[in-house]
Design a protein around this ligand. Sequence first.
Ligand SMILES: [Zn+2]
Length: 115
Amino acid sequence: MGEVVNSEKQPAVCRVCREEAAVEEGLCAACLLRAYRAAQRLAKRAQLAPPAVPISEDGILTAEEVAARLRVDKSTVYRLIRAGELRAVKVGRRSLVRGSALDRFVVEHRTRRIA
Ligand SMILES: [Zn+2]
């Protein structure tokens, strides 16, 4: 809106409600309280439902990183790749594994439910 925000003594305006008021971090007291309560709700929700942690973000992993995540030896990873059980991407001489491929591998290799 073409207003020049001057850092020198200007009446402080809440960046949420645009009310002129005594502000802290750009918020008026009312908006500050609202933001604080929203943060509290979010924290509570995060506590109730901890986010599912995927084995990997969908990045690209080296054989070493795959081995570490699966808690197996690197040679096992290469064997799985050669056997076609774990899809890999060949980049030069290196075999890299997409995070999503690793997640799929884990899902596909779940043991059957017993009883
Ligand atoms: Zn406000």
